[in-house]
Design a protein around this ligand. Structure first.
Ligand SMILES: [Zn+2]
Length: 455
């Protein structure tokens, strides 16, 4: 196992040298073509830069297995970093069992999955049936990869997606989601009150599906809550509000410019005890929204469904996230997602968001909608994988439903009766500069997967 793990790490480091931001996976696709050529494997690359590599099985019973992971990674860096994601390798640092990146996201999501597939594809000793390894693109943004993939190229009927962030859990389903853009158009007015910039940054953030409990620390709602409290003291005119990085992630930073006659605003905000990291400074600014419009915008932010929306028997049934807010002159744009395994519940809460928007004079544009991945009660893949897990780890894995978007639901929709599970190893704080992975956890996942493949 030690040689396998050393090779896994070498492959992970190699992968980290190749830029692979969402939508820019071309270099990595070329690397995969080279890899396949070197190992005399079938390789197909499509226009979306998806790559399919096939390898013949080397054991008796032969049920073809599809392995799948996404190439692209979320590219974020610390404010002071000069890292160029188009050209620079990720600076990977190992500290004992932990691996992280210097000043950037690591791309363990899903460099781990990529390295595992390469490890198996290049090996002469690992036992497996016919393998079809799918490397897909733009998972972190548009799902373009799995949407455009030519599924007629696949022979297998069982697919293991490697894109989960825990090593003790097998994912068998995932939420449906709706992403909306909420748009406000108002009038800017001359306003000679003092302007202040109120901001918060460097909050923990993370993917809202996996870290939904962090939603109370969403930078956008923190700033909105402060403004709402100030509105109770005196008139507050909003000039602009901008924050967040992506609709699915919990916003780590947000800044608003307001105008008000409230005196001693520094202490007033301090008294609210909202957050210790709030920065306030006086700035120059001439235009603001009207008092009514300012109220509508803040009310909209705070009323849209966010965090855990509905829980039942300890399970999260509906959750939401407000990921991005931008102001462009007299328009404010908010992007948010709502998700649920229960399509009726999803509709219900989406309708609530729509009527909130109507009340606050926002118009709504649907950006995307993904269907749920409904668990397959008779999954042979799940049964066999659970047994393999037990043989390796001496315990039973958790079988669960994911609240983050996985490509599985899109694949499911486009294939006939594909039997799918999703697995992975521990990745912490993915989509942030604090992203971490653990070698011991990767080892556990690799051992379990190899045990499954050899049986
Ligand atoms: Zn991922």
């Amino acid at each position: 196992m030690e040689t396998i793990m050393n090779r896994f790490l070498e492959l992970f480091y190699k992968i980290s040298e190749i830029p692979r931001e969402s939508g820019k996976e071309g270099k990595f696709a070329s690397f995969l073509e080279e890899f396949a050529k070197k190992h005399h494997l079938y390789c197909f690359r499509d226009e979306s830069n998806n790559v399919l590599i096939k390898k013949k099985g080397n054991k008796e019973s032969n049920n073809p297995i599809i392995l799948q992971a996404h190439i692209d990674m979320v590219c974020v860096k610390r404010e002071n970093s000069n890292h160029n994601f188009n050209t620079d390798p990720i600076d990977v640092i190992r500290d004992g069992d932990i691996i992280f990146a210097k000043d950037t996201s690591l791309g363990a999501d899903q460099g781990i999955g990529l390295a595992i597939m390469l490890l198996i594809l290049e090996s002469d000793t690992i036992k497996h049936s016919d393998l079809e390894c799918m490397f897909t693109t733009e998972e972190e943004t548009t799902f373009n990869g799995v949407v455009n993939f030519d599924y007629s190229k696949l022979k297998g009927k069982m697919l293991i997606n490697i894109d989960y962030c825990k090593d003790d859990t097998i994912i068998v389903g995932s939420d449906a989601d709706i992403c909306n853009e909420y748009i406000f158009e108002g009038n800017l007015e001359e306003n000679d009150l003092q302007a202040y910039e109120i901001s918060v940054k460097n909050l923990k953030g993370g993917n809202s599906g996996d870290y939904i409990e962090r939603s109370s620390r969403n930078a956008i709602s923190i700033i909105a809550r402060i403004i709402q409290e100030l509105q109770k003291i005196d008139d507050v005119f909003l000039c602009s509000i901008d924050g967040g990085e992506s609709e699915i992630d919990i916003a780590t930073s947000c800044k608003a410019i307001i105008k008000t006659r409230i005196e001693d605003i520094y202490n007033k905000v301090k008294e609210l005890n909202v957050d210790e990291n709030i920065q306030i400074c006086e700035i120059k600014n001439e235009l603001s929204f009207s008092i009514e419009d300012s109220k509508r915008i803040i009310s909209q932010i705070l009323k849209l469904k966010q965090g855990i929306v509905k829980k039942q028997d300890g399970n999260i049934i509906v959750s939401g996230n407000i990921g991005v807010i931008n102001t462009n002159k007299n328009k404010v744009f908010i992007q948010g997602v709502l998700r649920s395994i229960d399509v009726e519940q999803l509709k219900k809460y989406n309708n609530e968001n729509l009527s909130i928007s109507e009340n606050d004079h926002f118009t709504v544009k649907e950006i995307y909608q993904d269907s749920a991945w409904i668990p397959n009660e008779k999954s042979k893949l799940l049964d066999d994988f659970k047994k393999a897990y037990y043989r390796v780890n001496g315990s039973t894995p958790i079988v669960d439903i994911a609240h983050g978007g996985l490509e599985c639901s899109s694949i499911m929709k486009r294939t006939n009766n594909m039997d799918i599970i999703s697995i992975g190893s521990i990745i912490e704080d993915f989509h942030t500069v604090n992203e971490k992975m653990y070698i011991s956890s990767c080892e556990k996942t690799i051992k379990t997967l190899l045990e499954y493949l050899k049986k």
